[in-house]
Design a protein around this ligand. Structure first.
Ligand code: SF4
Length: 439
């Protein structure tokens, strides 16, 4: 069997960052691209370090959903997933790690189209117009500038406009310097970002001095035309498919008969058996029967949801819950179940990664990681987190884990059978510890 895993950044602030990656997952599942299709994140769940536990496939393709090679694709993801290069063999499993989406040649055409659409829509004169390709950049990894530079070189070679420059949100040259670096009256700003998340909707507009959500603004006597980010282009899933095929594997493309197919499979069989044998199961804040999934505290007036995308949006975005297992699950919905085999996929949509951990605990082979071990593989702000005073660790476990549907096995050493165990501190927990230490 083959699995396709999209590895993205995620966010604690806006749902769109991981939401776009889940949209790709939904599309790829509907195409039947691989036996199992899923996503993993740095800031959300399932985390990079645990997603492989959710899969049964022996061939796994991991596609980094980033616009350029950089700190996350070359350092964080390999460290968290213990990848040794483009191909990692681990027991009977082979893991293929592809280039980032932004390195695919077709992304050039998306950037070009974004710029040409603005030229056409607003009737801009090429001689009075510049294009600013805006990348994220990071001082931790200069290679993250490469993608924006390559896009700019390509646009220059086309001669579409009088000037093409690059700028970075988190590196030099910065975004405000655009106004000193080009005399053009019109500036088309193309954000080399995937999701319309906080960088695209808040940070870049603020640095440009334009109103969020406005496509055309006047700033410093210039006209700024702000395009959509590249990741919202409908061709991105085809790019992912091509990156996957370049590994030498041939993910198939069959249309599934159910919207609940091609989800992670680990733990699914014992999970369904437990529900069928007992007639029902409480799982975190969920109440499951062979015919229905709903919150334990479901109201009598419930919205009936039948598809993965609306279900994910309902439980994740209203309001935004970056921690899928936080105890504030909305309680006004239900999913009717026509086939008990759908149950794992429905639960996976609400609690990504939880069934595999539950099943491993039931079978007696769940393994938690110590805080020290997690700290060891960190290269950024979380490195050394295990030196945090124990009082602070206990307080954050109480305040964050105490409001989570998972049981913090990594802290308590064991978890009672039937609970959803937690292998290692999540990004929300680690971030809260950093905040507590800084106070
Ligand atoms: S670290 Fe705590 S809050 Fe985070 S997933 Fe685990 S149990 Fe939940």
């Amino acid at each position: 069997m083959t699995a396709l895993v999209l590895a993205g950044h995620g966010s604690h602030i806006t749902p769109q960052t991981a939401g776009l990656v889940w949209t790709y997952v939904d599309q790829l599942r509907s195409w039947g691209t691989a036996d199992e299709v899923t996503a993993c994140f740095w800031k959300e769940t399932p985390p990079f370090s645990q997603v492989l536990n959710t899969l049964e496939s022996t061939e796994v393709i991991v596609v980094p959903v980033f616009t350029s090679q950089g700190y996350f694709s070359s350092t964080v993801i390999p460290a968290e997933m213990q990848l040794t290069g483009p191909v990692t063999r681990r027991g009977e499993r082979t893991i293929h790690y592809t280039p980032t989406i932004g390195e695919h040649p077709y992304v050039q055409q998306i950037v070009r189209q974004r710029a040409e659409d603005m030229l056409l829509k607003y009737g801009l004169r090429p001689a009075e117009t510049a294009i600013a390709v805006i990348g994220h950049g990071t001082r931790r990894d200069q290679s993250s500038q490469d993608a924006a530079r390559q896009q700019a070189a390509f646009l220059r070679s086309l001669g579409l406009v009088s000037d093409v420059i690059v700028a970075y949100l988190d590196d030099e040259p910065d975004i405000p310097s655009i106004f000193q670096r080009t005399p053009a009256t019109n500036i088309i700003a193309v954000p080399m970002f995937l999701a319309p998340g906080s960088h695209v909707s808040i940070d870049v507009p603020a640095a440009l001095g334009i109103e969020p959500d406005s496509q055309h603004s006047r700033v410093n006597g210039r006209s700024i035309y702000y395009t959509d980010p590249v990741g919202t282009d409908e061709s991105i899933c085809q790019i992912i498919l091509e990156l996957a095929r370049d590994t030498g594997l041939t993910p198939h493309a069959t249309t599934g008969s159910s919207q609940w197919q091609h989800f992670p499979l680990a733990g699914g069989h014992p999970f369904v058996e437990a529900i069928q044998q007992n007639g029902s199961l409480e799982f975190g804040q969920l109440y499951l029967t062979p015919n229905e999934v709903k919150p334990v505290t479901a109201k009598s007036e419930c919205v009936t949801i039948t598809d993965p995308m609306p279900l994910r949006r309902w439980v994740r975005e209203k309001p935004f819950r970056p921690l899928a297992t936080s105890d504030d699950l909305p309680d006004n919905w239900r999913v009717p179940v026509e086939n008990a085999d759908w149950l794992p996929a429905i639960v996976e949509t609400v609690y990504p990664g939880a069934i595999a951990d539950w099943a491993a605990l039931q079978a007696g082979h769940f393994q938690a990681e110590s805080l020290a071990k997690v700290s060891e593989r960190q290269t950024g702000m979380f490195r050394g987190v295990h030196h945090t005073p124990i009082d602070t660790i206990e307080q954050v476990v109480e305040s964050i884990c105490g409001r989570c549907a998972r049981h913090a096995t990594w802290f308590h050493q064991t978890s009672p059978k039937g609970t959803i165990p937690c292998q290692s501190p999540c990004n929300v927990w680690l971030s809260r510890v950093m905040e507590a230490v800084a106070i």
